[in-house]
Write a protein that binds this ligand. Structure first.
Ligand code: F6R
Length: 242
């Protein structure tokens, strides 16, 4: 694991986008792992800039989102399919049909989870996964206590995560209780993981991720076993590191 401490969220975004750009120039049909939430926004801003100003080409790339809320209609503005389209896909020239999110509206959710795993495998696996981290150490929505070998499945959000995500909704009551998320084992198969985190609110989670024991109670810590993880953080998020 390499840990790079940068000045602010903008620098973190630039550094992460630089990793995407280098990959796409080397492998135009790369499979990109996409995250939602606030942390990757500066990354997507910089990727959009690189596309517009420097012609960074996504036309052959494909993308797989980490997770999706269960029960939000696909056209709900906070459904992660909508968020990925708004924050990333609509701003670059990736084919809309090449961007996938788990189906949180399926009648057969377990079947949808298995189908998602198959789609990732059929694409050849994820080349580069962008990750945020929850204040409780989750990656994807693998909350504390998740199996470190888990695959895509339904999870229940903790109250802390629902509180953290309430800012995207008009009230906490609207935040779904369940999600479909790639499992920890699924995420660990990405060839390169770039985790971005900024702000003091992430300092404990980053401490657990980088320096803590590997434990399902801070799921991000499992990345200590990943062969190629880059952690890009600002000084506030690094403030609990020894
Ligand atoms: C989002 C996801 C989550 C977030 C995490 C941090 O697709 O899988 O793990 O990355 O909850 O969210 P932010 O960046 O909003 O603090």
């Amino acid at each position: 694991m390499e840990v790079v401490i940068l000045k602010d969220a903008r620098e973190v975004g630039r550094a992460a986008a630089g990793v995407f750009a280098a990959l796409l120039r080397r492998k135009p049909d790369a499979v990109l792992g996409l995250a939602t939430g606030s942390s990757p926004l500066p990354v997507y801003d910089e990727l959009a800039r690189l596309h517009v100003e420097e012609g960074l080409d996504f036309s052959q790339a494909s993308g797989f989102a980490l997770d999706e809320y269960v029960g939000l209609p696909a056209d709900h503005p906070e459904a992660y399919g909508s968020v990925i389209r708004r924050d990333f896909a609509s701003r670059v020239n990736i084919g809309p049909a090449s961007v996938h999110t788990p189906d949180g509206t399926a009648a057969d959710l377990e079947g949808a989870c298995a189908a998602y795993e198959e789609a990732i495998a059929a694409a050849g696996g994820v080349d580069l996964q962008i990750l945020g981290i929850g204040t409780d150490g989750h990656i994807g929505f693998n909350e504390p206590g998740s199996s470190l070998a888990s695959r895509t499945r339904i999870k229940t959000l903790t109250e802390q995560t629902r509180r953290d995500n309430a800012r995207f909704f008009s009230s906490i009551d609207e935040v779904p209780h369940h999600v479909v998320t790639q499992g920890v084992g699924t995420i660990m198969e990405a060839r390169h993981v770039v985790l971005v985190a900024t702000g003091a609110g992430k300092a404990d989670a980053i401490h657990g991720l980088v320096e803590g024991p590997v434990t399902a109670m801070c799921v991000g810590s499992v990345l200590q076993f990943h062969p190629h993880t880059t952690v890009l953080i600002d000084e506030a998020a690094a403030s609990s590191l020894k």
